[in-house]
Write a protein that binds this ligand. Sequence first.
Ligand SMILES: N[C@@H](CCC(=O)N[C@@H](CS)C(=O)NCC(=O)O)C(=O)O
Length: 262
Amino acid sequence: MSTNTPSTKHTLWLWPTGLYPRRLIYYLRAKALPLSHLTTTLTISSLAVDLLAGDFVPRPGDEPRPSGASLPCLRIEPPNASPTYIYESTAIAEYFEELFAGQGRGGDMVGEGVVQRARTRDIVALINDAIVFSGFHAYNTSEQTLAFSGMKKEEMSEGNARFAVMRGSRMMGKIESLVKEDLEKGCRSLSGEGQGGTLADFAVMAVVDYMESQYGTSILDTFGGCGVLKRWCEEARGQSWFVGTEECAKLEKEGFEGLFVG
Ligand SMILES: N[C@@H](CCC(=O)N[C@@H](CS)C(=O)NCC(=O)O)C(=O)O
């Protein structure tokens, strides 16, 4: 794998109204990079779900997603070297943090200092696990998911749904107790003192907003006992990095200029 240079090209595939790509939408809004990046360093391809085709389709003129890649996906192309693909939302955001260090605004979005960075990674790992159980719960309770879950209606099971709630609630309960003290002290980030918007904030808010817009339910209600997180989510919707579902839908159709400045 080669190291990148100033002329390395990057292509990012996003489904803006989807779950995981939203993390990067919040990240880019928080980072507020100069618009010139969109024509030089970074090309962003927008995808939408086509229910008839049962696949993601690119906006006219945008490149289709790489075969088999989940979204988001990043391609890094150094000159005269073969490309490298990065497939995980958090790995992509951390790569951008290094690539764009000292540019835009917003400080280090993993966290300021070793403790906040460790806390961010703790919360991201927990919410990633909780999302798996939340998806498993939806596949076993919502017929809307039959279009893509790969399950048959008769395979949906109350027992599986109960199991998902039990496991998911444990994960969310851990996050709730990790963040309680810091939030009660007045920290703006779930990761505690330091940077105001971290990858942990983006990861939690992305699933809360996605589930509400897509299924009309909140992961915080499905798994229960998340009073502190609920209050934080209400306040976080007022933070400058937050991009609501309607604006995500606009980005999906019209492109990403609005996430950059200048
Ligand atoms: N762990 C991955 C999950 C990515 C993921 O599952 N993305 C969904 C869209 S939100 C997807 O692309 N699903 C369709 C597929 O995997 O083909 C991440 O953090 O990026």
